[in-house]
Design a protein. Structure first.
Length: 190
């Protein structure tokens, strides 16, 4: 298996949310509050020594996904071919029937989400599988005007960008082995 991974260049991101909007539009995510791509603003320091950065958070396609382990109906699995974490909506019990929504709570980035509709099924970023299967990049990558995002095998990303898994705003347990590489924005505000 060639584990697919996500690359984010924090030095390039301007927080424009184009990736998030493109994702919602492409996947027709009508629900308020349902965002497969999330953007966090990180502000630190005091004037005149300020630090501002953004953190793009799709699903990091963990090699040991907590959401998969927590799912009581085995609706979440990893594709053998590329390690992408997928949801089977037919197997998902839904928000009301799944006691305490363990998949949502297991993911520190709160990537698994439920829409507002009655007994909504869990949904999440899947790196735009249909686009990947056609040899295209996910819509968030294509939409980014700053070229801050990339999807490839984790090995290829590490060879190209290094293996840093540290960036401002990134809080993910190492034991889950998130398939991500960062170019972090230096915190030189002091």
């Amino acid at each position: 298996m060639s584990q697919m991974g996500f690359y984010f260049d924090q030095t390039r991101c301007t927080g424009c949310h184009t990736c998030r909007v493109a994702c919602k539009d492409w996947h027709d995510l009508q629900s308020e509050g349902v965002n497969w791509m999330q953007i966090e603003t990180i502000e630190k320091g005091t004037f005149p020594h300020l630090f501002l950065a953004f953190m793009a958070t799709p699903c990091y396609q963990c090699e040991t996904p907590a959401c998969m382990a927590a799912c009581p109906s085995e609706a979440i699995s990893k594709r053998v071919s590329d390690g992408i974490v997928v949801v089977d909506p037919d197997a998902c019990l839904g928000r009301e029937k799944c006691e305490k929504t363990p998949c949502l709570k297991a993911c520190r980035s709160r990537v698994p989400q439920f829409g507002p509709e009655e007994n909504a099924k869990m949904q999440k970023c899947d790196f735009c599988l249909e686009r990947l299967d056609q040899g295209k990049q996910p819509i968030c990558v294509e939409a980014c005007p700053m070229f801050a995002l990339e999807i490839d095998t984790l090995t290829a990303l590490q060879k190209k960008y290094g293996s840093s898994q540290e960036a401002a705003g990134f809080r993910h347990p190492v034991k889950l082995k998130p398939a991500v590489v960062f170019t972090p924005k230096p915190e030189n505000y002091s």
